[in-house]
Design a binder for this molecule. Structure first.
Ligand SMILES: NC(=O)C1=CN([C@@H]2O[C@H](COP(=O)(O)OP(=O)(O)OC[C@H]3O[C@@H](n4cnc5c(N)ncnc54)[C@H](OP(=O)(O)O)[C@@H]3O)[C@@H](O)[C@H]2O)C=CC1
Ligand SMILES: CC(=O)[C@H](N)C(=O)O
Length: 252
């Protein structure tokens, strides 16, 4: 694949899986996250394994000024981004809506919704100009229905669905494509952050079921990116076999 792929949140989990998959298929990568050490290690790994061209662009996606100047700083040969994978995201806590921390929810909403919108606003105009591009948003099964202790996170992922659908409408007269990938249970660092570092609680989320991996979701992201140009995968809900909804899971 002779394309430039920009991945936010590439230092871990699904984002790192996407970097590995696109690298294995010959794409060039712009990798973003805050943890520079993890990004550098991934760069070294992929350069060694696949000879991938990689440009690291570490910044906090919530920082609009940093995002703008990072994108402006891209050398000319890296500016024509073909695929934007809006993946960076998180949740902190499982508190009830009437009890949780507004400050933590600011972080969640700013990352999952406002930053995704800012990255889209910064990168899509160039795609429209070049008449080429694909925006792949990582939504969630959590966006389909709220569940206990997930009200704000579920709301952010419902927003990702609305932003994806809205962007697809706004781009309908262009060759650009928009995809919303909605994973179910995927074992990554996500749950460790959700449970504020409590690894035991995080591990319990995946007890008795074989969860998906970041690499599994990367396969679906790559599939959406590699179908013929006249096809648009609008949405994909992908979960483990023993999961039926955001809350209904059969554990053995
Ligand atoms: N795991 C799951 O079950 C599911 C996850 N998802 C979604 O998948 C996406 C990726 O999550 P997942 O891989 O599971 O979790 P991880 O915690 O493993 O990865 C999250 C990534 O987001 C990055 N990130 C977080 N905040 C910021 C920020 N402010 N600026 C830049 N990067 C940031 C992290 O990097 P760093 O800390 O270095 O900045 C990290 O690379 C999220 O949007 C999540 O909502 C959707 C459905 C299921
Ligand atoms: C982290 C996720 O989005 C997951 N599907 C969940 O809702 O727990």
């Amino acid at each position: 694949m002779d394309k430039i792929v920009f991945i936010t949140g590439a230092s871990s989990g699904i984002g790192a899986g996407c970097a590995r998959k696109f690298a294995s298929q010959g794409a060039s990568l712009i990798l973003n996250a805050r943890n520079v050490n993890k990004l550098s290690a991934l760069k070294e790994e992929l350069e060694k394994q696949y000879g991938t061209e990689i440009y690291l662009l570490p910044f906090d996606v919530r920082d609009r000024k940093a995002a703008t100047s990072a994108l402006e700083s891209l050398p000319k040969e890296w500016q024509s981004i073909d695929i934007l994978v809006n993946n960076a995201g998180l949740v902190i806590g499982t508190d009830k809506e009437q009890e949780g921390s507004l400050d933590e929810w600011d972080i969640v909403i700013d990352t999952n919704v406002k930053a995704l919108l800012a990255m889209t606003r910064l990168i899509v105009p160039g795609m429209v100009e070049r008449k080429r591009g694909h925006i792949i948003n990582i939504g969630s099964i959590a966006g389909d229905a709220a569940y206990p202790g997930g009200s704000v996170y579920c709301a952010t992922k419902a927003a990702v669905k609305a932003l994806s659908d809205g962007l697809r409408i706004d781009l309908v007269d262009t060759p650009l494509r928009v995809t919303n990938i909605k994973p179910g249970l995927v074992e990554t660092n996500f749950s460790v952050i959700r449970f504020r570092g409590d690894k035991e609680k995080a591990d319990n989320v995946y007890k008795g079921i074989r969860p998906l991996t970041g690499d599994d979701i990367a396969e679906t992201v790559y599939f959406a990116a590699s179908v013929p140009e006249y096809m648009q995968i609008a949405e994909m809900l992908v979960m483990p076999t023993y999961q039926a909804t955001g809350t209904i899971v059969s554990r053995k």
